[in-house]
Design a protein around this ligand. Structure first.
Ligand SMILES: Cc1cc2nc3c(=O)[nH]c(=O)nc-3n(C[C@H](O)[C@H](O)[C@H](O)COP(=O)(O)OP(=O)(O)OC[C@H]3O[C@@H](n4cnc5c(N)ncnc54)[C@H](O)[C@@H]3O)c2cc1C
Length: 421
């Protein structure tokens, strides 16, 4: 045997599986098809900028992040606690009054936060804020849309702020996601301030990989795609581009779209988005806030962009000194999700009130499988055995998030350790 366990996939789930297995005293070989660890959490260096492959954030309040990650070592650069909301020609900054007292009057005086909505929101999320386990009961779950309607959260706070913000986070503009999952997500936003590591989001998986012990099996084998898994009497064989690797068991942590390639399980449904990254000229100013566009009558953006931010104002390490990095997110469940560069540029000009003709595109990431669909129902189903010795895990078995991926990795390692005795 080359190792006790083979982990296929070096995203967050696979890396955390490997860490937990090693802590349980087992030897591990991690096979990764790509040229680096991270899976959906990767960062490129482009002309001195750090460009994540798809805009995402790390929330230090995720319970698994608190437990498993050395957040201080990542040197998080935090977003502002709030958002800028664009409605037609009006721009309003809604922000936490204690953290951003400058925006206190605008926030409490805004007609985006009617008292009726605030009361309904408190009723909706209050129990989960006090006790997160209440949001784990599948029997109480519903779609986000139905659940907001049920508590009377139907005014502008819902339509212009929450629906727009959550559509970007969930890559879903129709409110079909699990309300319980969103309760847990918003709880994390209430308890922590998300940010970006100074080294880019990829610093997160790199931290996990760096903590793995080197073993004779060669801990993470990059550019080593698994093609087939064979269960044999005494264990498993994984056929890779570089030969056969054998072990007592295998954990498949390949991301939802690849599950079907290696197992008999159907590929879980996913949702997609695109991120445009621009080097901006001039000085687009939003401070450290996400800018949401809710200019369409009835809710949602007037153009293809659901949210945008001047990332270099949040995370100076993402841009060379004196330069500006802007991200803009579009959703693939909308007809304009694949809008042309010209349309995106035009939309950015409207949102920032500035000329964008000379903004340079640094990258455009089209990510059809950004997150698994998180429908109402059981939130944490746990890993799935597809044979006696092969276990499937990843964010699609828990919650569609960094939190879900890390927990899924831990749970898979525990299940395999138990089975191997
Ligand atoms: C644009 C975007 C924005 C996001 N925003 C957030 C956010 O703000 N907050 C949040 O919590 N979450 C966010 N997420 C979700 C989060 O990134 C994922 O939930 C998490 O990274 C999933 O990790 P994973 O290990 O389950 O899967 P993956 O990261 O997909 O890892 C799977 C790995 O398996 C490898 N692989 C595939 N097939 C094979 C094979 N045959 N052999 C070997 N290796 C293989 C892949 O190369 C990959 O490295 C976002 C995701 C994206 C894409």
């Amino acid at each position: 045997m080359d190792a006790d366990v083979i982990v296929i996939g070096a995203g967050l789930a696979g890396l955390q599986s490997a860490r937990s297995l090693q802590r349980a005293g087992l030897t591990v070989a991690v096979l990764e098809a790509a040229d680096a660890v991270g899976g959906r959490v990767r960062t490129d260096r482009i002309d001195g900028f750090r460009v994540d492959r798809g805009f995402q954030l790390l929330n230090p309040a995720y319970p698994a992040v608190r437990r498993l990650i050395d957040v201080a070592d990542l040197d998080l650069q935090s977003f502002g606690v709030g958002a800028i909301v664009r409605t037609g020609t009006t721009t309003t900054t809604l922000a936490h009054p204690l953290r951003h007292p400058r925006h206190l009057l605008a926030t409490i005086g805004s007609d985006l936060t009617p008292a009726r909505d605030l009361v309904a929101l408190t009723r909706w999320i209050g129990p989960t804020l006090l006790r997160p386990t209440v949001a784990s009961r599948a029997s109480t779950d519903a779609t986000l849309r139905t659940s907001f309607d049920a508590v009377g959260l139907t005014g502008r706070l819902r339509r212009d702020v929450l629906d727009t913000f959550l559509a970007g986070v969930l890559a879903n503009s129709t409110g079909e996601s699990s309300a319980n999952y969103v309760r847990l997500l918003l709880r994390s936003f209430a308890l922590g301030v998300p940010g970006l590591p100074s080294g880019g989001m990829q610093a997160l998986p790199e931290q996990l990989a760096a903590s793995l012990e080197r073993s004779a099996a060669g801990t993470v084998r990059l550019r080593t795609g698994a093609r087939e898994i064979r269960e044999i009497a005494e264990g498993v064989q994984v056929v890779t581009d570089a030969g056969i690797v054998s072990a007592c068991a295998a954990i498949v942590a390949v991301g939802p779209q690849h599950v079907g390639d290696l197992t008999g399980l159907p590929a879980p449904a996913t949702r997609g988005l695109t991120t445009w990254w621009f080097r901006a000229t001039g000085q687009p100013r939003t401070g450290p806030f996400l800018l949401l566009d809710a200019s369409r009558p009835g809710g949602g953006p007037a153009g293809p962009i659901w949210n945008t931010a001047v990332i270099s104002e949040v995370a100076p390490s993402y841009a060379p000194v004196g330069q500006h990095l802007v991200q803009a997110t579009t959703l693939l469940d909308r007809p304009d999700g694949r809008a042309s560069e010209a349309d995106v540029r035009r939309d950015l000009a409207r949102l920032y009130g500035t000329e964008t003709t000379h903004w340079e595109v640094l990258a455009h990431h089209v990510i059809p499988h950004a997150v698994p669909v998180q429908s109402p129902g059981p939130i944490d189903r746990g890993p799935a055995w597809t044979g006696k010795r092969v276990l499937v895990t990843g964010d699609h078995r828990e919650t569609a998030s960094i939190q879900g991926a890390l927990v899924s990795g831990e749970r898979a390692a525990r299940a395999v350790t138990r089975r191997l005795g």
